[in-house]
Design a protein around this ligand. Sequence first.
Ligand code: KG4
Ligand code: ZN
Length: 341
Amino acid sequence: MKVLGIESSCDETAAAVVEDGKRILSNTIYSQIRLHRDFGGVVPELASREHIKRIDGVVTVALEEAGCSVEEIDGLAVTRGPGLIGSLLVGISFAKAYSLAVGKPLVGVNHLFSHLYAPELTGEILYPALGLIVSGGHTSLYAADGVLKYRRLARTRDDAAGEILDKVSKELRLGYPGGPVIERLASTGDPKRYPFTFPRFRDGSLDFSFSGLKSAALRIAVEEGERLKREDFAASFQNAIVEYMVEKLVIFIDQAAREGRPYRSLLLGGGVARNRRLRERVLEEGERRSLPVFLPEGDLCTDNGAMIAGLGFHYLTAGILYPYAAPPYSRYEPKGYQGEC
Ligand code: KG4
Ligand code: ZN
């Protein structure tokens, strides 16, 4: 069964054809990074306009590269949320119209679940798995009991990890996107030079909060002024973000093991999962506990159509279709909607 997947939730216009939820026949991505660089962050209105310009071409290339005609596609899958509402609307409107025009069924895929699914495109995830999704818009931990059996354990209450990398980088005029720039600077810096403390919630919640780390970073930059060692600053800041996330990951792994329902693997996804330091640390913690870690490679970490088409196959075979009247959503899944737990 061949599924055409369409993704437009943020600043990548992407489409892909995937067979049986596994075999990637094409994976076409148009990145808008250059468009947003001067602003130091994604400008939603510009992103929507660019999606409108690109989507037709991206879908055409994805079909061509897969060597598929529209008739050979068994169904369409589109990201229905969460994401930027204007950006989502472009992909969703396109997919709905396309589905009606060619008479193929349409499914609407939760973007975060598709990140959890991405490692299935290159391997076989061992369930139950603990997944960390970390990008410019999200930082969440999920328990995955199987495909489409996802439960959120923790989320950020304010900024996302990628967002503070981008914002701090913008304030310090280091470049855009902040994550890779800070990673490059950090490679020759001392991670112990500038101290950061991790936020804790008084109610004992294990949710994330990144706004304090962002403020601390900006305060250090102001206090140090001209004396600021950029490499040491980048290494310390990156290390704080990574260790904060790894600390939570470890708490959940150990808690599940203590309760006699251990995880069998770890998953990592989202743009920040490209970060080498984060990958190394998650691998280390996995190894220490004999837990395999599924780390999608480059293009399958960041937003792409293949993960949408891949997970879309499972929605299709489960008969969870996307009602044409359903709207996109920017943050959380509307309650009781379309078969997720
Ligand atoms: O998943 P993504 O492409 O888009 C969404 O935000 O949904 O993630 C983009 C984020 C940006 O915040 C960017 O700074 C971060 O991923 N990022 C990285 C790296 N590459 C991209 N963060 C840390 N290290 C990297 N190598
Ligand atoms: Zn994403």
